[in-house]
Design a protein around this ligand. Sequence first.
Ligand SMILES: *[C@@H]1O[C@H](CO)[C@@H](O)[C@H](O)[C@H]1NC(C)=O
Ligand SMILES: [Cu+2]
Length: 241
Amino acid sequence: MKLPLLSIFACISSASFASAHTIFAQLTADGKTYAVSHGIRTPSYDGPQTNVMSNNMACNGPPNPTTPSDKIISVTAGTNVSAVWRHTLQSGPNDVMDPGHKGPVMAYLKKVTNAKTDSGVGDGWFKIQEGGYSNGKWATNTVIDNKGNQIIPIPKCIPDGQYLLRAEMVALHGARSSGGAQLYMECAQIEITGGTGTAKPKTYSIPGVYKANDPGLLIDIYSMKTTSNYVIPGPPLFTCQ
Ligand SMILES: *[C@@H]1O[C@H](CO)[C@@H](O)[C@H](O)[C@H]1NC(C)=O
Ligand SMILES: [Cu+2]
């Protein structure tokens, strides 16, 4: 009993200092790490979204005001990119997110006509990366241990063109009650080239991919064992055959 109580206390106390949240702040693609906020709609405040039915589930938004970007980042299909997470836009690699924020990590793509202006709200999204809970370790902690890098494979088989890349981390320390899960997401504006263009991924709407009572979002993580099974929320992962 001691450890869970301590963990709960650590979360409450760190939250009161607002030291806990996180932002997908910059992107590494084709060996280049772009500047913070380059091609990403980053917010000035690092708070979570908690209403899974809100349009702000797509690419963040109020109460976290996001700044548009007029940049589009070129990405080669079939390579890995890295979504770089930071506690604030000024933080370094040792300040990613409070490690008491534990949960799944996911990434989605949406093909768009204009990556600079598309709101991202609605249908068109498919999931390209996910991590959950394995041997007692959460995917969020893997990202923290990896200096904030969320490694995302860009499928080789999809059509070239402009996309929104939505990277997401979910914190479940308060998820024992409905609406208690904290979802952090930003959208990067990318142009994929070199794809084979043959695949037609089944797509989903954001908002819509999550329900407040999904088993992966309404959960008491402090009652879990090392061997517990965790169901990652959202649609199935898309992979090229
Ligand atoms: C992408 O990263 C994964 C590890 O996360 C690695 O196994 C894989 O080989 C990488 N793919 C490429 C194309 O570099
Ligand atoms: Cu937080």
